[in-house]
Write a protein that binds this ligand. Structure first.
Ligand code: ARG
Length: 377
C-alpha cells in the first residue's frame, strides 16, 4: 500500500527529560488506577515533574517500586509462572550501592528465597541509573551458576582474568561479579555455602542414576535483566521464582549446547540409540525429568511440574481477563519443552507481546556496547 506523503514538520525527537516524564506519567496513572485511595495522582505527577525537570530523573516511593516490580513480572511474556505475580517479595535496597554490600544482599536474597526449601519469589532492587551516572550491575545470568555449564563460559573467563582460581570440578558454583559502574573493573565474591541449597539427582526406580553425579541448585535467580519502571532503570534487580522441572530436565541438562546428557541417560537405561525411531531421546528425556521432579520432592524443595504449571497459567489468563487486562504471552516460551501438546497451554493463542509495555524486565546484555571487556556476561 502506498502511504500519502507526510505533511507538516517532521516529528521532533523527545528530549531525555520528556521521555522520562512521558514514561513516568503513564506509570503514575497506572499505579493510581490499580491502587485507588493511595493519594492523588495529579499531586504525585506534579511532584515527579518538578523532580525530573531538576534532576533528569525522580525517586519512586517504596510502594511504587513494589508495585512496579510485581507488574514487571505480570508483563513477562515468557513466564508461565505469573499466577503469583502479586505475591512477589520486594526488597527495597535502593540505598545499597557499595559492591561489597550488593554482594552481601544478593546472598541474603538467596537465603530468604530458599527458605529451607519452601521457595519464595523475591526481588532485590538496588540503586537505579541516574543521568550520566550508571548504577552498579551484576555480571552473569543468575546469582547461582555452575562453572562447567557452557552458559558460564564468558563469566568463567572474566573471573579468571580477575584472578579466580576455581572452576576445575563439575558443578562448581561461580563467584558473583559486581560491576560498580559501566566500564569499571568488576569485584569478585565467592558465594557462601549457606546461601545455596542444592539437590543431588536420583531416580525413583533406577538406583544407578545417582552415580551420574548430577545435581542442580534450588533457586533460579535471574540477574541479567534490568527492571524498568516509569522511565527509571534499575540495572541490578535480581529476581527469582521456583523452578519448573523441565527447565532443568529438558533444557539445562539435556540441550546439546548445555550439559548434553541424553546419551549418558540413554546408556544408563539401556536404550537403543542406533535409530532415532526407538525414540531413545524422548524416553531419556522423560527419565531425566522424572529424576529432577523426584529429587526436588525428596529434598523438600519447591518445584512445579509442567502440567500443573500449565493449568495455573491458564487460571492466571482467566483472572487477568476478568480484571480487563491483557496477558502478553510468547507461545514458544510458555509451551513446556516436554510433551507440549499434552499440556493445557499448547492448544490456544494468546495476547501478542508488546515490547513497549512497562513496567518490564529487559535483557541488559543487549544494551552493552560491543567490545566492552566487561560487557555481556
Ligand atoms: N530457565 C532458567 C534456568 O533454568 C531460569 C529462568 C527462571 N525460571 C524460573 N522458574 N523462575 O536456570
Amino acid at each position: 500500500m502506498q502511504l500519502p506523503p507526510s505533511s507538516g514538520p517532521a516529528p521532533r525527537r523527545p528530549s531525555a527529560h520528556e521521555a522520562v516524564l512521558a514514561a513516568a506519567e503513564v506509570f503514575i496513572r497506572q499505579y493510581a488506577a490499580e491502587n485507588p485511595g493511595d493519594g492523588d495522582p495529579r499531586r504525585r505527577l506534579a511532584e515527579v515533574t518538578a523532580e525530573v525537570e531538576r534532576f533528569g530523573t525522580y525517586e519512586h516511593t517504596a510502594a511504587e517500586v513494589a508495585y512496579g516490580a510485581r507488574v514487571a513480572w505480570r508483563n513477562a511474556a515468557r513466564c508461565i509462572g505469573r499466577l503469583y505475580w502479586n505475591n512477589l517479595i520486594v526488597r527495597d535496597l535502593r540505598h545499597v550501592t557499595h559492591p561489597d554490600d550488593i554482594a552481601g544482599e544478593c546472598f541474603e536474597h538467596l537465603r530468604i528465597a530458599t527458605n529451607g526449601g519452601r521457595i519464595r519469589p523475591v526481588i532485590s532492587v538496588f540503586a537505579p541509573d541516574r543521568p550520566g551516572r550508571p548504577a552498579a550491575t551484576l555480571l552473569g545470568e543468575q546469582l547461582v551458576r555452575y562453572s562447567d555449564d557452557p552458559r558460564s563460559t564468558h563469566r568463567v573467563a572474566l573471573a579468571r582474568d580477575l584472578g579466580w582460581k576455581g572452576g576445575e570440578t563439575p558443578f562448581e558454583i561461580m563467584p558473583l561479579l559486581v560491576q560498580p559502574g559501566s566500564g569499571l573493573t568488576p569485584e569478585l565474591y565467592e558465594v557462601p555455602e549457606d546461601a545455596v541449597l542444592e539437590v543431588p539427582l536420583t531416580h525413583p526406580r533406577h538406583p544407578g542414576f545417582a552415580a551420574l553425579g548430577l545435581r542442580w541448585y534450588a533457586v533460579p535467580a535471574v540477574s541479567d535483566m534490568s527492571l524498568e519502571i516509569g522511565g527509571v532503570t534499575y540495572p541490578a534487580a535480581p529476581f527469582n521464582g521456583w523452578y519448573m522441572g523441565t527447565e532443568i530436565g529438558s533444557r539445562n541438562l539435556a540441550d546439546t549446547d548445555r550439559y548434553n546428557l541424553l546419551p549418558a541417560v540413554a546408556e544408563l537405561f539401556g536404550l537403543d540409540t542406533r535409530n532415532e525411531r526407538t525414540l531413545w531421546r524422548d524416553r531419556a528425556l522423560v527419565e531425566l525429568n522424572l529424576a529432577v521432579l523426584h529429587s526436588y520432592e525428596q529434598a523438600g524443595v519447591s518445584m512445579a511440574d509442567h502440567h500443573t504449571e500449565s493449568r495455573r497459567f491458564l487460571a492466571h489468563v482467566d483472572r487477568e481477563r476478568r480484571h480487563g487486562r491483557p496477558v502478553p504471552t510468547d507461545w514458544s516460551w510458555i509451551v513446556p519443552p516436554l510433551s507440549g501438546g499434552a499440556t493445557a497451554v499448547f492448544h490456544r493463542y494468546y495476547d501478542p507481546e508488546d515490547p513497549e509495555l512497562r513496567p518490564a524486565f529487559v535483557h541488559r546484555t543487549a544494551e552493552v556496547p560491543r567490545g566492552c571487556p566487561y560487557g555481556a556476561a
